[in-house]
Design a binder for this molecule. Structure first.
Ligand code: NDP
Ligand code: HSE
Length: 412
């Protein structure tokens, strides 16, 4: 029998208890051992809940118990999670976590400690909720040189954007539902400002390229400025808007960014809607592969956590090697990366405004919505971000341009 302890009895923690209970027989057959949840740690009380008798608010009960072999950290946040996890690993207990903040910041160090102790630090649920993506990167795709990862990595924002586009709902209204469904982070700013997706692409980049991608170096822009009007333009153009997290190798250099992108309806990620996430990977041998599934929520996330618990049991005294060194991955300056932009402007005189736009950006096509006056949009030709931004600044100063209301990157 293997004793485990769960730190945090919130959305994911309660899901882990439920999954272990619901699929007990098949999980234990696959693990080759029976699983006993010996402790649940939380600062709250849960009167009447079956876990009440194994509930503790003292981490020392768990860390000092030699019978506990695996710790499941699903509290979230960097501290005290980092201290608890590090102490657990140093004392020879394997750790499974869904906490991307912790993994993005301290993953390389915690993997190193696990390796030195011949135990495991596993974090499948930290990216893409229930989607298996960490294990494929560590194992199935090791024959490849990966040169691009692009993903919809945040369920909350994809849920919001889908509902805004398909049902015309307001940002605030949909965010509230995402929170009620348990998709959003404790502070939903982490979702809507792109920080959660940024941590996830940092984790994937570190594993794909074998060096530590510092999430603070990654350009990050959220979805709070995206309007219903932007959605209408996108629809008219045969595009949709998604929050994409990308990291890409260009001539031996790597760039990474998180931002809303207008993508054509033909793009493989265009039809990924609601809380679903998808991760698109290009390798030099395998070509294109895509992973798809529920990116957030109690049971999908718990499914990934429990799969890691099973893996940790199967490799109790044997480290599963991960390729993520502490050496820093230097990222390219985004201003050197090629892109196209969708731009909307407000004007007084249509003819002069079009002339001014074309004098700077060339013969771009002008797009107008039937029910909107005094505004048009255009899509720039492909140039570096640096050059496009310089041109946008020149446009801003033109007399005829009253306001530049949207700038969104575009991909086919
Ligand atoms: P919740 O806030 O629902 O649950 C966290 C639980 O841990 C709460 O009960 C909280 O108590 C408790 N807790 C917090 N700090 C401590 C502490 N110091 N000691 C003991 N207990 C503590 O979060 P989620 O379950 O949603 O998320 C957990 C982790 O999983 C996060 O890192 C999140 O980013 C990640 N994740 C979440 C997904 C989701 O769909 N929800 C999907 C994938 C990953 P209290 O509420 O009183 O603070
Ligand atoms: N808040 C996160 C999301 C949870 O919405 O994707 C899953 O990591």
């Amino acid at each position: 029998m293997i004793n485990i302890a769960i730190l945090g009895y919130g959305t994911v923690g309660s899901g882990v208890v439920e999954v272990i209970k619901t699929n007990k027989n098949s999980i234990e057959k696959k693990a080759g051992e029976s699983i006993n949840i010996k402790y649940v740690l939380d600062i709250r009380k849960f009167p009447g809940d079956p876990i009440e008798e194994i509930l503790t608010d003292n981490i020392e009960d768990i860390l000092n118990d030699d019978e506990v072999k695996i710790i499941v950290e699903v509290m979230g946040g960097v501290e005290p999670a980092y201290t608890f996890v590090k102490r657990a690993l140093l004392s020879g207990k394997s750790v499974v976590t869904s906490n991307k903040e912790l993994v993005a910041k301290h993953g390389a160090e915690l993997l190193e400690i696990a390796k030195s102790k011949d135990i495991n630090f596993l974090f499948e649920a930290s990216v893409g909720g229930g989607i298996p993506i960490i294990r494929p990167l560590n194992q199935s795709l090791t024959a490849d040189e990966i040169y691009e990862i692009t993903g919809i990595l945040n369920g909350t924002t994809n849920y919001i954007l889908s509902k805004m586009a398909d049902e015309g709902k307001s940002f605030e209204e949909v965010l509230k539902v995402a929170q009620e469904k348990g998709y959003a982070e404790r502070d939903p700013k982490a979702d809507v400002e792109g920080h959660d997706a940024c941590r996830k692409i940092a984790i994937l980049s570190s594993l794909a390229f074998g060096m530590h991608a510092d999430y603070e170096d990654i350009y990050t822009e959220g979805i709070t400025k995206i309007t219903k009007r932007d959605m209408d333009y996108a629809k008219k153009l045969g595009y949709t808007i998604k929050l994409l997290a990308t990291s890409k190798k260009i001539d031996h250099r790597i760039f990474a960014r998180v931002c809303p992108v207008m993508i054509s309806k033909e793009h493989p990620l265009a039809n990924v809607n609601g809380v679903f996430n998808a991760i698109f990977i290009k390798g030099n041998v395998i070509g294109d592969v895509m992973f798809y599934g529920k990116g957030a929520g109690k049971l999908p996330t718990a499914s990934a956590v429990v799969a890691d618990i099973v893996d940790a049991i199967k490799h109790l005294n044997r480290n599963i090697l991960s390729f993520w060194s502490k050496e820093k991955l230097e990222l390219m300056d985004l201003k050197d990366v090629n892109t196209r932009y969708f731009v909307t402007i407000k004007y007084d005189n249509f003819k002069t405004a079009v002339e001014e736009v074309r004098s700077i950006f060339g013969e771009v096509e002008v797009i107008q919505l039937d029910d909107v006056e005094g505004e048009f949009a255009f899509i720039t030709l492909e140039e570096t971000e640096g050059i496009i931004n310089e041109k946008i600044n020149v446009l801003k100063d033109k007399e005829e341009i009253k306001e530049i209301s949207s700038t969104i990157r575009v991909e086919r």
